[in-house]
Design a protein around this ligand. Structure first.
Ligand code: EPU
Length: 311
């Protein structure tokens, strides 16, 4: 590697993910500035970018080349009077949700309990039934993969936020900073709203288990499907998976959560059974998708990203 030696790097490094399974990265770098990130990308334009590892599964064999963690891009500035917040890509979304609620700023309280970094939450427009992260974004900065040292600035009008994805007017930046416009409000009211959303999620989702959140995107039906809805409507993948009889099924220690069928978790008794393997989770996702397709003719698209060796 010819990258600037000042950049913190570890070779043959475990890749921290929420699943806590999978192999190592040949090299893991922690750039502490946009300029250091640009230097990494100049050296390896196709480097994989690591957020919180919350929506990521790394194959057991590990991966070649450079992985870039953005955890050191961690500056936050917050103006309770105007509601403008600027936040680095490496900050974790749950922390930002708490900080903004405590500062009495409304807008993110519906995103409690979503594991992600700000970079990942922006790139995937993280969210759920209480809103999406893109709703509050006014501007994004990022570094392009051609090694240009200056970050690009992308105004809201040039960003298209979709369901669990975002596009940036023809640019494909590695997001480094995001500006949000929140609304000054009442901290007590926001706190109790956040609390009731967290309680509702804890009742329906296996929040304490090792998982990567929802495994599949909620599909849009291409024809009428009885109790699930009419053509063009979005149907919860968890409902389809449950009705296809998949709740609780296992491959090795990977299990379709008995609580919420769109979560694939490491079963609590995993250690007595077999050490958790990424392969088991990948196989189980394939089995689930095949069963739903066989039963309902609906194709599920994975929300979880899988990193594996190119060859
Ligand atoms: N349902 C079932 N069986 C299940 C799970 C759900 O029948 O096993 C039914 C529920 O009864 C409910 C409906 O499906 O009527 C929707 O379920 P839920 O409210 O849990 O929402 P979801 O669509 O499954 C989405 C996001 C979640 C987010 C929640 C709540 C996706 C793929 N998932 O889940 O996000 O936490 O809304 O806001 O969009 C994630 O993206 O990782 C994630 C967990």
């Amino acid at each position: 590697m010819t990258i600037d030696l000042a950049i913190s790097m570890i070779e043959d490094a475990p890749i921290p993910t929420w699943y806590r399974v999978g192999g190592t990265a040949e090299c893991l770098a922690f750039p502490a500035s946009e300029q250091q990130l640009a230097a990494c990308l100049e050296d390896e334009p196709n480097a994989n970018i690591l957020g919180d590892g919350a929506n990521l599964l790394v194959d057991d064999e590990g991966i070649d080349g450079l992985v870039i963690s953005l955890r050191s891009l961690n500056e936050v500035s917050l103006d309770p009077a105007t509601g403008f917040v600027t936040v680095g890509a490496g900050i974790k979304l749950p922390r930002l949700v708490l900080d903004t609620v405590r500062a009495g700023l409304a807008g993110l309280q519906g995103l409690g309990g979503i594991p992600a970094t700000i970079g990942g939450a922006t790139a995937m427009n993280a969210g759920g039934r209480y809103g999406s992260f893109g709703d509050c974004i006014t501007r994004v900065w990022g570094v392009t993969r051609d090694g240009r040292p200056e970050p690009v600035e992308i105004p809201r009008d040039d960003i298209d936020f979709g369901y669990r994805n975002a596009t940036f007017a023809g640019v494909d930046p590695v997001i480094t900073r995001v500006e949000l416009k929140l609304t000054p409000g009442n901290p007590e009211a926001l706190r109790s709203e956040l609390k009731s959303i967290m309680t509702a999620k804890a009742e329906s989702q296996p929040l304490g288990a090792k998982s990567a959140g929802c495994a599949f995107k909620n599909p849009v039906l291409d024809r009428d499907l009885g109790e699930f809805g009419a053509s063009g409507s979005q149907v919860p993948a968890g409902k389809l998976i449950e009705r296809a009889g998949c709740k609780g099924i296992r491959v090795g220690s990977a299990q379709v959560s008995p609580r919420h069928a769109n979560f694939i978790t490491i079963a609590p008794d995993a250690r007595h059974d077999a050490p958790p393997r990424a392969r088991d989770i990948i196989d189980l996702m394939e089995i689930v998708a095949a069963r739903v397709y066989d039963r309902f003719g609906v194709s599920l698209e994975r929300e979880v990203k899988v990193w594996r060796r190119s060859s």
